[in-house]
Design a protein around this ligand. Structure first.
Ligand code: PMV
Length: 339
C-alpha cells in the first residue's frame, strides 16, 4: 500500500443475543454485517491535520449528509468545523485517535482523514466502533506505525469509552475481527456462520437513541433494585449461552424462540419501547421464528430470524409499505481490512 494514500474499511454489527448483560460480564453473540465504514488517509493540502466526514447510507439515499470538513485544534483538543462558523465539535473519539497515532508515530506528516460510512449512526449497528477501527487502521498505516490487531482493538475500545462511557468492548472487537463471535469480558471465540443466519431481517424503528443513555439507565436500575435487575441480566446471560449451543447445533427454531425470550427480558430491563415490541410482534406474525431489539434499545433497530428467503422478503416489503426501513442483513466474515 502507498503510504501517502491508505485505505481501510471496517464493518458494522448486529447483536444477536446479550446486549446490556454483556456490560456486566455475561456473554453476547454478535455478528459483523456487510455495511462498512471506509477511511482513506491522504496528505493534507495544508500544514494542518484535516478530517472530512461523509456518509453513503445506501439503505436510504435521501439521508446522505453533506460532506463536512474539520480541522484539528490542538489547543481545544478537538476537531472543529473549518468551513462554517464554529458549530458542534465532531465526535471526540476522532481527536483521541488522531492525537494518539500522531504521538506514537516517529514520522512527521500532516494527514487528511476521510471517513465515508455506509452505516447509519445512532441505530445500534455499530457505526461509531466501525469509524474508530477503520480510522485507526488507515491512519496508523499512513503514519507508518505498526499496530497489531490487539493494539488496534484496544485503542478502538478507548475511543468507544470516550463516546459511550462504559462499553463492554463488543462493538470494537467485532468490527476489528469480523465474523460471528461469542464475546465475554474482552475475550471472544469465533463461531461458524451457519447458512440459515443469512435470513436475518433488520427493521429500523426510525427512533434515534443514545447508547450511553441506555447503558446508564440500566446501571441506575441496578443501583435502585440490585436483586431484580441482576436476575434479569443473569437470565439474559444464561439464555445467550443456550443460544450458542442452538447455533452450533443448527437448531434455528430454538434460536428464534430464544431471540423472542431475549426481547422480553430486555423489555423487563426497561430498554425497549412499545414501538419496538410492536415491530418484533409484527415480524413474528410475518413468519419470523423469533425477534428482538438489537443494540442498546430506546429506539434503533429490531431483528427477526427467518428460515425462508421468500418469507423474509415479504416481511421486508410489508415493513417498507408501513414506512419502516427494512433490509436483509448480510453477515460478514470480514473484519478490518486494507484495500
Ligand atoms: O451501541 P449499541 O446500540 O450497539 O449497543 C451496544 C450494546 C450494549 O450492550 C448496550 C453496550 C455495550 O457496550 O455492550
Amino acid at each position: 500500500m502507498d503510504a501517502n494514500r491508505t485505505i481501510f474499511s471496517a464493518p458494522g454489527k448486529i447483536i444477536l443475543f446479550g446486549e446490556h448483560s454483556v456490560v456486566y460480564g455475561h456473554p453476547a453473540i454478535v455478528t459483523a454485517i456487510n455495511l462498512r465504514t471506509k477511511c482513506i488517509v491522504t496528505k493534507s493540502s495544508q500544514k494542518e491535520v484535516l478530517l472530512s466526514i461523509s456518509s453513503n447510507y445506501s439503505l436510504n439515499a435521501s439521508s446522505t449528509r453533506l460532506k463536512k470538513k474539520y480541522i484539528m485544534n490542538k489547543e481545544q483538543k478537538e476537531f472543529s468545523e473549518q468551513d462554517s462558523n464554529y458549530e458542534q465539535p465532531v465526535n471526540p473519539a476522532y481527536y483521541f485517535i488522531t492525537e494518539k497515532v500522531l504521538s506514537l508515530s516517529t514520522i512527521n506528516k500532516h494527514p487528511h482523514i476521510h471517513i465515508n460510512s455506509e452505516i447509519p449512526p445512532g441505530i445500534g449497528l455499530g457505526s461509531s466502533a466501525a469509524n474508530s477501527v477503520a480510522s485507526l487502521a488507515s491512519l496508523s498505516a499512513f503514519m507508518e506505525l505498526e499496530l497489531s490487531m490487539e493494539e488496534l482493538n484496544e485503542l478502538a475500545f478507548e475511543a468507544e469509552k470516550i463516546i459511550h462511557g462504559n462499553p463492554s468492548g463488543v462493538d470494537n472487537t467485532i468490527s476489528t475481527y469480523g465474523g460471528i463471535q461469542f464475546y465475554k469480558e474482552k475475550k471472544f471465540s469465533q463461531l461458524n456462520i451457519p447458512d440459515f443466519l443469512s435470513y436475518v431481517v433488520i427493521v429500523n424503528s426510525g427512533i434515534p437513541r443514545n447508547t450511553k443513555t441506555y447503558v446508564e439507565k440500566v446501571a441506575k436500575s441496578l443501583e435502585e433494585d440490585t436483586t431484580k435487575y441482576q436476575k434479569i441480566l443473569e437470565e439474559i446471560g444464561e439464555l445467550t449461552a443456550i443460544a450458542k449451543s442452538s447455533l452450533m447445533e443448527g437448531n434455528i427454531s430454538k434460536l428464534g424462540n430464544l431471540m423472542t425470550q431475549n426481547h422480553l427480558l430486555l423489555e423487563k430491563l426497561g430498554v425497549s419501547l412499545p414501538i419496538l415490541t410492536n415491530l418484533t410482534n409484527s415480524l413474528v406474525q410475518l413468519g419470523s421464528l423469533g425477534s428482538k431489539l438489537t443494540g442498546a434499545g430506546g429506539g434503533g433497530c429490531v431483528i427477526g430470524l427467518f428460515d425462508d428467503y421468500q418469507k423474509a422478503n415479504r416481511a421486508i416489503e410489508k415493513m417498507n409499505s408501513r414506512g419502516f426501513q427494512a433490509f436483509m442483513s448480510s453477515l460478514s466474515e470480514r473484519g478490518v481490512q486494507g484495500e
